[in-house]
Design a binder for this molecule. Sequence first.
Ligand code: PEP
Ligand code: MG
Length: 540
Amino acid sequence: MGRVVILSPLAGGVSRPEEAHDEWQRYQVAVETLRAEWEQARRIAEAEAPGVVPILDSYLRVLDEVVVGERIREAIAAGTTAERALRQLFEPIIGRLRRSADILLQDRGTELEQVLQRLLSALQQQRVEYSRVAGAIVVATALTPSEVLLLHRAGVCGIVTAVGGITSHTTILARSLQLPAVIGLGKAVGALAEGDSVIVDGYTGVVVLHPSQETRRRYERHRDSTQWRRRILMRFASLPAQTIDGRRYRLMANIASLHDLEEALLVGAEGIGLVRTELLVVQLGRLPSEEEQLQWYRHIAERFSPRPVVFRLFDLGGDKYNDGGPPEPNPALGMRGIRFLLARPELLRQQLRAVLRAATWHNVRLLIPMVSTESEVRAVRRELEIVRQQLRDAGELHGGEIPVGVMVETPAAALIAERLAPLADFFSIGSNDLTQYTLAVDRAYGAVAELYDPFHPAVWRLILQVVEVAHRRGIPVCFCGEITAHAQATEWLVGLGVEELSTLPAAIVALKHRIRRLSFQQARHHLLERLAFGGGEPTK
Ligand code: PEP
Ligand code: MG
């Protein structure tokens, strides 16, 4: 809530170069001014919002692009002004991106437009006056991430822009700084005048102009309760997931959407233990292109960098997606997960390429779903080699040798863990399917729901065996089934002694809270006692 401060639009005047040499110098001064501003923002980000450092780095890379500098220099040498040279270079690219059907590419277009606008204003030696924004709502045509950081520093209490999209870096940054923002309001920003009293509701994307007393009070109550919840979350987010006897667990998040991703950041997830990439297919209702996948994967990896992000290959088939094939008599036992992908090598290669390319600058791992034989893992490794060669031949940047994990979610995989271990860089235990397949109980069929018992000793003996093999072989294990969110499972999970637990973002805080009250030694003792023959049935 606050008074509007309008960041005035740029004056469009174009200076006349005396000589090409002077003009080139003017361009370089503008670039250096901007670089200094963005580097300052980067230093602030390092201390206050480390998650956004990679975003600022990507902006700085645009300034460092040798090709850009070279083309501007040539245009200036031919008598063009720096402003016109910049427009000639950027505008066709911006236009193409913004006309794209893909919302992520449209947002990249908007960002490039912001870089262009900032370069143009730096050429005119225009500076944003940060001093007058404390406690205000800033209204602007567009803002770059560095401007958002500096405005935040200066004490701004909300932002409203005419252009921008929900995946734009400005939006992401505002969200991670918890700065209320309504982005992409279009022509409606024209209704806001300097000094107006407004409320910016970033939850619903609404700007309330001249709010009544009643509305104000309602929003004040809403704001206070939200801030209280956040304060508690944030305090807890920075604490380690460590037992009272010093055993440390890495708490990761399972995500299926960009909304989950933001929630995972908020609650302090130490990485993403499982990206259910097939949800992208389900959301789109079709198979995404390699470029669409790349945008999505890169965005997720970038947001969490340098923390690890595990992309699981599409777990399609079964009941999740039917690409026109005949219905299967028993989908859960049919062409699902890695079986589905190995039958469609081009789809598999496309996804492997997208993941490898997203891994270029980030800590990315790959995970294979529904493995039941060694040959499936070997086949994926062979495909990875082919794809790496394709990327090398095409001169594409990629992440090289990224870790490849095997999902242990069929009894077969659990029982041959010893033979899968040399082929895997890590194991990920999927107790949802492991329960379904071990107990022969459909996980989604209500009539047998009573029999679906993820605490069943048969399931846990398999799990314990897998962890023992992995530790003997020196490979890390992540546990990522939904049971991680179940309060009564925490002691068992702690007793297992796996390195990583991955769960719903909404369950992370409570899980950490429980872990911090347990002793590993005691939990281990209880687990082994429960699972020993004659040790009694574990209870639900
Ligand atoms: C699992 O099977 O436990 C798992 C994590 O994967 P999904 O629930 O996506 O099948
Ligand atoms: Mg599964």
